[in-house]
Each structure stands twice: as C-alpha cells, then as structure tokens.
Write a protein that binds this ligand. Structure first.
Ligand SMILES: *Cc1c(COP(=O)(O)O)cnc(C)c1O
Length: 410
C-alpha cells in the first residue's frame, strides 16, 4: 500500500474482530476480561499486549492510533481527548520544574496560556522566540532546555518555519523538537521527513471530518534518541525507542486521565478515511479564493502561503508538497467594512473553528484576540482590518459568489 487514502482505509486493526466486522466497532466497555489470573498478571506487567482499562487503552482508540501511525510513518501514536491534552501531556513528559522550553512566539492562544500561565505556576519557563529565525531558536536554548515547540503554520499570521533547520539545531543540542501539525496533518506535512521528534495534532480540526468531535494525537516519529532526554534517560536505557510513549501510557497520560472516548475515536477514524479528499478540496478552494480576493478592488491585502508573494511560499511549497492549507487572511479598508462583509454573507458562516467542512469567517481582533491590547495585537501582526477565512469544501463557485455579493455591500 502506497497511497494515503488506501492506507487510511485498509490499515488493519491490530486484532481481528470476532465477527469479521469490516469497520472496527465502538468498544464502549471500560474493562476487559482475562482467561486466568496469570494472564491478567502478564497484561499488567506488559508481557501480554492486551487492553485492561479504557482510560489507558481501548480497541477502538487503538485502531485510530494504528491508522495514524501508518499514515505518518511513525514509531508510535497515542490518541488523547483534545489537542490541548496532547500538548500538555507531551510537555509534562519531557520537562519539569526548573527547566525551560523554547517556543515559537505566535502559537495557538491556549498553548501560549498553557505555557506562560498554567505550566509557569509549576516552575517551567517558556521562552518565546521568532521561529522563522533558527538562530533565535538556538540563541534561547541553554543546558536546561527540554524541548523546542513550534507550529507548522501559525494562525492567523500564516508563518511557516523551516522545520528541517530547527530539527538540525534540536539534534545538535540533544533536545527534542515538537511540531504542532494541526493545520497540515500527515497528509500534507510528514514531520518525520523534516526531522521533527514528536508531532502533536488537534484532530478536532481537519481529521475529525467536519468538526464532529474534540480529539488529539501524539505522534512519536522515532527520530529522537530518548536517552538524551533527562526525563527519559533511565527508561530509555531499559526500553529503548519506546521510552517516550511508555512513560506517557504507563504514567503521565494514565495519571492525567485525558483519554479519548471510544465513540469519538470511531468518528475520527471515519474522518481519517476521507482526510486527503477533504484537504485537497479545501486547499484548492483556499488558493482560488486567495487569488480572487487579491484581484478584488475592495480588498487591501491577502495573506496565504500559496500566493507567490508570500514570504513563506517557497518553504511551504517544499515542506507541504505543493499544498498550502485551508486558512487565509485578508484586509479590507476598515473594521466597519469587515463587519459589513461578515453580515452580508449567506453561505460562509460566522464562527471560530478551522478546517471544518464548512467555510467559516471571523474578525480576530474583536473576538478571540480581543483580550489583548491594540499594541499587543500589532506585535502579533493582527490588524483591526483583518478577517480570517477558514476555507471548507463547498463548491468553489458558491464561495466566490458569496464573497462577491458580500463585498458589493462593503
Ligand atoms: C485547535 C488547536 C489546538 C487545540 O486543540 P483542541 O482540540 O481544541 O484542544 C492546538 N493547536 C492548534 C494549532 C489548534 O488549531
């Protein structure tokens, strides 16, 4: 099997279903029974691969994990209850009090809050740097740095860091590189090919298949020698490459309890089967809409890595195999114009999610970034005249027509 969608459809569950069900059913069962006392002992001691309790592992969730593992060509995958759970579990596995992580400055808002407030209170320092400048990343590191954390495409700035160059720095210093690949997924960005150690994904977005459920993924690419990570050095001596996922599954993830429900895993597996088709369509729509908006007299500017004048076009083309994601931003003359356009739209919905099947529009400055001061927003490259369009999979003509009629009212 070579193709992404073939693998998504035909990767077999680790165990054959007793009824031969063609689709792994929802195993809504918390506990699993064993034939003998000795068997349950072996399961608990890790000598028998079996499910014991659904907070730790579950057949439906495992099927989802296995398909993602094959699609990402990764060493192993752990599915969790949300993108935020993926990020917090990974950081808590690698770093602790008195250590630091070096992170991109334009991360997803809740990730910034997790790093600069929640984890800060436990003695972990986050050093935010310009991730498009590999020297700034290296300059912020010291002997207490436990991870580098970046996003494959930032939102809403749409910056694309050079992952291979940052990965080289990470390997040089023996510090794992974690990439948040939510906006790309393994379909358009194989983080392993570019040297990332771990990828985290909010499967709530593209993977869920139309914003059906919240979920997250932790992908160990198998490219990092965990003996070099102080928090894992001892486990790695015993368990080798599985040290990171072992500490998660047997300690951090188990103890924090952010497990993915079997029902949500089922829906997300269904989403995974059509991921490539949906991403192709949304990326094509986004590119066409970016070009359409760029030509429109009422649009002041358009930001999309797929446009040749984007400073990230070249690196995005190389990293993402000629696809540029479903997210774009554009500016009108004024904030009022933005509101008038939003209020005139008939198909495109006013909502905050991304990578839904539906196209969604939002005015970031007055909504999810309104808690920041105008100066802080300027530092984030977010103006009052900017709209964010998360492009879905509708028929292109309908989207063009909706934006045309909306802009006519501006
Ligand atoms: C949405 C998002 C998250 C958080 O994911 P949830 O599933 O909502 O917890 C993290 N990173 C990025 C880039 C996101 O877009």
């Amino acid at each position: 099997m070579k193709g992404f969608t073939t693998k998504a459809l035909h990767t077999r569950a680790p165990k054959r279903d007793p009824h031969g069900a063609l689709r792994t059913p929802v195993y809504d069962s918390v506990a699993f029974e064993f034939e003998s006392a000795e068997e349950i002992q072996r399961a608990f001691q890790g000598q028998l691969a079996a499910h014991t309790y659904t907070r730790i592992s579950n057949p439906t969730v495992e099927d989802f994990e296995e398909r993602v593992r094959v699609l990402a060509d990764a060493y192993g995958v752990l599915a969790v209850s949300s993108g935020m759970a993926a990020i917090s579990n990974v950081i808590l596995t690698l770093a602790g009090s008195g250590t630091n992580i070096v992170a991109g400055r334009f991360l997803y808002g809740n990730t910034v809050s997790l790093f600069s407030r929640t984890l800060r209170a436990w003695g972990l320092e986050a050093r935010f740097v310009d991730a498009t400048d590999p020297r700034a990343v290296e300059g912020a590191m010291d002997e207490n740095t436990r991870a580098i954390f970046i996003e494959a495409i930032t939102n809403p700035q749409l910056e694309v860091p050079d992952v291979a160059r940052i990965a080289a720095i990470s390997q040089k210093h023996g510090v794992p590189l974690i990439v948040d690949g939510t906006l790309t997924t393994p379909y358009i960005f194989k983080s392993k090919e570019f040297g990332a150690s771990v990828e985290v994904i909010s499967s709530t977005k593209y993977i869920s298949g139309g914003a059906t459920t919240v979920g997250g993924l932790i992908i160990d690419n198998g490219t990092f020698d965990w003996r070099r990570a102080p928090a894992l050095a001892e486990i790695a001596e015993r368990f080798g490459p599985s040290a990171f996922l072992m500490r998660l599954r047997r300690e951090v993830f188990r103890n924090l309890g952010a497990s993915l429900s079997p029902h949500n895993a089922y829906l997300q597996t269904l989403g995974l089967e059509t991921l490539a088709l949906r991403i192709d369509r949304s990326c094509q729509n986004a590119l066409h809409l970016a070009r359409f908006l760029k030509e429109h007299p009422k649009v002041r500017s358009v930001n999309y890595p797929g446009l040749e004048d984007s400073p990230y076009h070249e690196i995005a083309r190389r990293q993402f195999h000629g696809r540029y994601g479903g997210l774009l931003t554009f500016e009108l003359e004024s904030r009022d114009a933005c509101f008038r356009l939003m209020d005139s739209l008939r198909i495109i919905r006013r909502a905050t999610n991304l990578n839904d099947n539906k196209t969604l529009i939002i005015h970031p400055a007055s909504t999810y970034l309104s808690e920041y001061s105008p100066e802080e927003r300027r530092a984030m490259n977010v103006s009052d005249e900017m709209l964010r369009l998360a492009v879905g999979i509708e028929d292109l003509e309908d989207l063009v027509e909706d934006l045309s009629q909306g802009l006519a009212n501006v």
